[in-house]
Design a protein around this ligand. Structure first.
Ligand code: CP
Length: 325
């Protein structure tokens, strides 16, 4: 893998290899006092964030550090971007400074692809950590890892993705990845929060959350992306919550085994009731935990090679030697 720009076009073998590597890394690090592998020693990972983030930025930093990479965090607000430097010049500067991988979040859809084009000759890998309303591939991979863990697999499983699909890069990446991995996806949203052309996506569409919940294996609640809304997409937060919020009463409609996901940050009380977010059926903190292992696996496949067995061997060798990095 040269870059990870999206899950559209990510083939089943590559996606499965990344998820298998993440599982192996998780098993290897479980219960260890020192969570440090030497795998990416000497490699430099730069996170370049033009939008706010807690989970993605922090977990990429931890992932890199647990694999012994040097990790440098650049936020647009405190960099020369504030002096008017372009994305291209910023990317070329980071590559010239020695970045082996740039993890980028940007408000413009397509920004990560542009970066990858500009860095094509430098040998620097690019990971899309969220570009506008387009894609957020590592979020989808960590969601898939969590669902595999909870449900034992994705083939034939039915997943409802609920809420602001229109503005959600998480929804797009999940539609591509979940369907590639054999799951069925139903999008549940008001008509105003569905994109034009959704009829061509490999999904079914519903506006009735109550009708869908009894038949799903997982429900993924989306964040309402107020910062991307320029207009009234629903009458009020209260009405949105009544129709599309995952309340305690709605949770009772789910099958007992069903998993509740949310990419975060959550609007408790609007998108999801606090009691539901904190219930045992919710996997929201597991998603964050798995995000570290998935991002370790992505960095591994980009910077150390595509062989899952190698990652497993390196990890196992570490285990055998007591974990010294
Ligand atoms: N899910 C997600 O991308 O969260 P952050 O914005 O906190 O990174």
């Amino acid at each position: 893998m040269r870059h990870l720009l999206g899950t559209e076009g990510l083939d089943v073998d590559t996606a499965t290899a990344v998820l298998d590597t993440a599982d192996e890394l998780k098993r290897t690090l479980l219960g260890r006092e020192v969570r440090k592998l030497p795998t990416l020693r000497g490699r430099t990972v730069v996170t370049l964030f033009y939008e706010n983030s807690t989970r993605t930025r922090v977990s990429f930093e931890i992932a890199g550090k647990w694999m012994s990479a040097d990790v440098v965090n650049v936020s647009a607000s405190s960099s020369s971007v504030g002096k008017g430097e372009s994305l291209r010049d910023t990317a070329l500067t980071l590559a010239a400074a020695g970045a082996d991988c740039v993890v980028v979040r940007h408000p413009a859809s397509g920004a990560a692809h542009r970066l990858a084009c500009w860095l094509e000759d430098n040998g620097t890998s690019v990971v899309n950590a969220g570009d506008g309303t387009h894609e957020h591939p590592t979020q989808a991979l960590l969601d898939a890892a969590t669902l595999r863990e909870r449900l034992g697999g994705l083939t034939g499983r039915r997943v409802a993705i609920v809420g602001d699909v229109l503005h959600s890069r998480v929804a797009r990446s999940n539609v591509h990845l979940l369907t590639t991995l054999g799951a069925e996806v139903v999008l549940v949203a008001p008509p105003t929060l569905l994109p034009v052309g959704v009829g061509e996506w490999p999904v079914t569409v519903s506006h009735q959350l109550d009708a869908e919940l009894p038949a799903v294996d997982a429900v993924m609640m989306l964040r309402v992306q107020a910062e991307r809304m320029h207009g009234g997409f629903f009458p009020s937060a209260r009405e949105y919550s009544i129709s599309y919020g995952l309340s305690q009463a709605r949770q009772r409609l789910l099958p007992e085994h069903a998993v509740v996901l949310h990419p975060g940050p959550m609007l408790r009380g609007m998108e999801i009731a606090s009691s539901v977010a904190d219930a045992a059926s919710a996997a929201i903190t597991e998603q964050v935990r798995n995000g570290v292992h998935v991002r370790m696996a992505v960095l591994y496949h980009l910077l150390a090679g595509d062989n899952t067995a190698d990652a497993a061997d390196a990890a196992t060798a570490q285990r055998a030697h007591g974990g010294e990095a």
